[in-house]
Design a protein around this ligand. Sequence first.
Ligand SMILES: [Mg+2]
Length: 138
Amino acid sequence: MNLKLIQTLSLREKKSLLERALKLQEETGELAEQILIHRQASGTKHKKKKLDGIREEAIDVILVALSIFFLENGSIAELAQLLESKAKIWKQRQLINEGGNQVTNGAGEVKPDRSAPGSPKTHRLWGWGSGSSEEEHS
Ligand SMILES: [Mg+2]
């Protein structure tokens, strides 16, 4: 992926921080709409499902979020470092939410021990949320 191009486009973009923040809200709304259509939620049955709609709208959200990151003087190196550190936090929270029982596989990776008594059989998609979602990503 050409992050330099995304950084250049972000810095050439005329939209202000506030306009980008509003655009991000617009794109998250479009993503939510595509998810609702995909799930055939009430009130969306008359709306047309876009081919790859959820994935495309997720990318729109990412691009606008990146334009905010680069506008705020974020570098590509900092982006990589922050993604790595945030992913590690996410991983730790998933493991905690999965019962805290961990085992190490042959490759040295830490994995939850789902066979342990009391371990949840499902996992939360996002460890930092309210804890109310038990939905698995399909
Ligand atoms: Mg969009």
